[in-house]
Design a protein around this ligand. Structure first.
Ligand SMILES: *[C@@H]1O[C@H](CO)[C@@H](O)[C@H](O)[C@H]1NC(C)=O
Ligand SMILES: *[C@@H]1O[C@H](CO)[C@@H](O)[C@H](O)[C@H]1NC(C)=O
Ligand SMILES: *[C@@H]1O[C@H](CO)[C@@H](O)[C@H](O)[C@H]1NC(C)=O
Ligand SMILES: *[C@@H]1O[C@H](CO)[C@@H](O)[C@H](O)[C@H]1NC(C)=O
Ligand SMILES: *[C@@H]1O[C@H](CO)[C@@H](O)[C@H](O)[C@H]1NC(C)=O
Ligand SMILES: *[C@@H]1O[C@H](CO)[C@@H](O)[C@H](O)[C@H]1NC(C)=O
Ligand SMILES: *[C@@H]1O[C@H](CO)[C@@H](O)[C@H](O)[C@H]1NC(C)=O
Ligand SMILES: *[C@@H]1O[C@H](CO)[C@@H](O)[C@H](O)[C@H]1NC(C)=O
Length: 637
């Protein structure tokens, strides 16, 4: 028994030596083992690709060549084997990997006058029991709170198959569960990407992508697993404490500058904060040195969760050579190297305000100017428009018919309120149309119920320069589906695929949603406008908030509205009345002469109140189109 197997190994050894002698006798240039190992598991497809066919090795475009693959373990040439091995030029495929396939494989490339060889290693491992992924894992991070993607590391396979004119399909798994394409969270993008709508901490985990294809009549697949930890946003330097600055100092004085870095995220991060003078790192940490850095101080913060890193740069005595150099504080981490710097400017001890300090003053002044602009921007812009109409292009030629499309909850829809309708149908046209000369499209006025269907809503929105979305706290708040509302939804679903796809933008975040804007026309208006505003960016949506919204109520709003409100803010009517009565009571008493005293509707309302100013600020510029009808008295109408 022992003898026979020993004899067999001996024969095998002799045979391999012979084969090997043949190969080496050819005086092949040996490129040795490829650095890239191929990892696989039993049952998968594995591709071994030789890199000898490259311009670095020989002129493969003009010189003819033959390639053979050899198994170093058995000394045999690798040939096509049904459902097992497929050899095509510089690439060898194991169609159904087994543990025995583990080993080194040699490629021999012969041209008429030369020979090249290279070996490639295949490592076959058993997956851990109970684990769906692969033992070898790639590492990709997901950033919390934003949209992010994972990239399947199988592009090499896809490209190779593509060069054979073979198509392949990819599917993603989280742990063992299939991640379906096009669910509210995940989308398959491009050839290899899995994109996340918004990453949250539950997305942490193992993701496996599986590529399936047919090769040589065999249907197989190959998988890769990615470890995807969810991490906090990129860190930032504390801007209030560390700006790009100039410091005025006197030669001979001492000086210390603090660098603070904040790294958001729950886990401890490995961050090194360094100082450099020009290009040279300051490595001294001893206070006995003239220039030194303090050790790194670290502490945590709870809200938002994260870590602070602090390092000081100190000069015990400033000298001439220390001035006019960039001192850079840099945070080193695997996420990047953000940095900030300052420069020292010599201050003449005899002059009280040296140049550098004046420059510092200029910066402060600049910040103040920016702030002033932000506070008074509405008035400034309106004044500018009136003072220099010539500067603004005439909008009449842009092919639009209306200045704004006005949307509000309609009668019979949930969230409908009489006072809102009054505001939309009476107050708004009185001020914007009669006093300010804008042309509005108001659905409840300009088209009859039942007339405003998909096409006309789309058309009219397209013909408008702005979209005014009026809402109150209850406008988007949900109520349970009734049979009639679900019927309505179905109509729109079958009507237009794209409306359906985007409709989730206008649905509130709760499960049983069907708020005022999720039914019938309002829903369409909202969907079409949000689509244009957020995806195409071709329409400006102005949010008009009629009553104060608490953060609880806001969280029930459709995500698109929440997003827009956060991004550009809303024009708030309720702010006008906060100190006075409730706007609702005011509007309700319109019939009774109470309105005459109401500044909201006074003759000069087109320019006077903050609310209308803000609306006009958001409305398109009217250029030189009409004389300014500011003096129109509208209460006689
Ligand atoms: C082997 O290759 C070397 C260099 O490429 C060459 O000088 C030598 O003549 C070759 N020997 C044979 C036997 O081809
Ligand atoms: C395979 O090797 C060839 C060179 O021989 C190279 O051009 C090609 O990009 C490689 N393909 C992959 C998928 O690595
Ligand atoms: C490649 O192999 C074919 C047949 O095996 C042979 O006729 C041809 O000469 C070889 N070409 C080179 C460059 O070795
Ligand atoms: C294996 O089969 C393919 C397709 O039939 C063929 O192109 C290729 O040359 C074969 N390889 C070998 C080493 O016979
Ligand atoms: C791969 O090989 C194993 C055993 O060698 C066999 O049981 C299995 O069915 C094969 N897989 C495919 C897809 O042919
Ligand atoms: C690839 O396949 C398509 C159809 O399957 C065919 O029309 C095309 O000619 C093929 N291209 C090559 C390069 O074989
Ligand atoms: C820096 O100088 C000031 C006086 O100019 C002195 O009070 C202070 O102790 C000095 N600091 C250090 C660290 O030497
Ligand atoms: C300091 O950095 C700024 C911005 O990177 C650069 O413009 C400037 O030339 C630098 N000054 C010196 C002295 O290196």
């Amino acid at each position: 028994m022992g003898l026979r197997s020993a004899l067999r190994s001996l024969l095998l050894f002799i045979w391999i030596s012979e084969q090997w002698a043949k190969i080496t006798a050819d005086n092949c240039t040996n490129y040795r083992l490829q650095f890239e190992r191929v990892f696989s598991v039993p049952g998968d497809v594995a591709m071994l690709n030789s890199t000898l066919v490259s311009p670095d090795v020989f002129d493969y475009k003009t010189v003819p060549y033959n390639i053979t693959w050899w198994n170093l373990k058995t000394g045999q040439e690798m040939i096509n084997q049904t459902d097992k091995v497929f050899v095509l030029r510089e690439t060898m495929w194991f169609l159904n990997v087994t543990l025995e396939d583990d080993g080194e494989y040699v490629t021999i490339l012969r041209t008429p006058c030369h020979c090249y060889m290279q070996s490639t290693k295949l490592l076959v491992e058993m997956p851990a029991s109970g684990e769906c992924g692969r033992p070898q894992k790639a590492y990709q991070e997901l950033t919390k709170g934003v949209a992010d993607t994972l990239n399947c590391p199988l592009m090499g396979y896809i490209k190779k198959l593509h060069s054979y004119n073979i198509s392949s399909s990819i599917s993603w798994y989280k742990g063992c569960d299939l991640v379906a394409d096009g669910t509210d969270k995940y989308t398959y993008r491009g050839q290899t990407l899995l994109s996340f709508d918004m990453v949250d901490s539950h997305d942490d985990g193992y993701y496996t992508c599986t590529l399936t294809f047919s090769l040589g009549g065999f249907r197989g697949s190959v998988s890769e697993t990615i470890v995807a930890p969810v991490i906090g946003l990129n860190f930032f330097m504390n801007p209030s404490k560390f700006l790009v600055t100039m410091e005025c100092r006197i030669v001979g004085s001492n000086f210390t500058k603090k660098c603070l870095v904040f790294v958001p995220g729950p886990g401890m991060s490995f961050v090194d904060v360094t100082w450099s003078a020009g290009k040279d790192y300051i490595l001294n940490t001893q206070p006995s040195e003239r220039i030194y850095t303090s050790g790194q101080r670290i502490w945590t913060q709870d809200d938002p969760k994260g870590f602070w890193f602090e390092t000081h740069l100190s000069f015990t005595e400033l000298r001439d050579e220390d001035f006019n150099i960039n001192y850079t504080c840099r945070a080193h981490s695997f996420r990047g190297y953000p940095e900030a710097f300052f420069t020292l400017v010599p201050a003449d001890p005899n002059i009280i305000l040296p140049i550098g300090c004046v420059l510092g003053g200029v910066m402060v002044l600049f910040i103040a100017t920016v702030t002033v602009y932000y506070i008074f921007r509405v008035d400034l812009v309106l004044w500018f428009r009136r003072a220099f109409p010539i500067l603004y292009a005439n909008k009449d030629l842009d092919g639009k018919v209306f200045d704004a499309y006005v949307a509000y909850p309609q009668q019979y829809a949930f969230g409908f309120r009489e006072e809102v309708e009054k505001f939309a149908l009476q107050t708004l046209p009185q001020v914007l149309e009669k006093a300010c000369g804008y042309k509005l499209f108001i659905a409840g006025r300009d088209c009859l119920p039942g007339q405003c269907m998909v096409d006309s809503v789309e058309e009219n929105i397209q013909a408008s320069r702005r979209f005014l979305l009026l809402y109150t706290a209850s406008t988007f708040i949900s109520h349970r589906h009734t049979s009639s509302t679900s019927n309505n939804n179905n109509i729109f679903k079958s009507d237009d695929e794209s409306v359906d796809a985007e409709s989730k933008m206008c649905e509130s975040s709760t499960d049983f949603d069907s708020g005022g804007y999720t039914d019938t026309r309002q829903h369409l208006e909202c969907v079409a406008a949000m689509h244009r505003a957020l995806l195409e960016r071709s329409l400006k949506v102005v949010l008009v908030e009629l009553e104060e919204i608490s953060s609880d109520q806001l969280s029930l709003f459709p995500e698109s509205v929440q997003h827009l409100r956060k991004k550009q803010g809303a024009v708030c009517l309720w702010k006008e009345f906060k100190t006075r009565q409730k706007w609702r009571t005011l509007l309700m008493t319109r019939k009774d002469e109470g309105l005459r005293k109401d500044s909201l509707l006074s003759a000069s309302s087109c320019s006077s109140s903050r609310f209308w100013k803000e609306i006009r600020y958001h409305m398109p510029v009217r250029g030189k189109r009409v004389a300014y009808p500011e003096k129109t008295t509208l209460l006689n109408v």
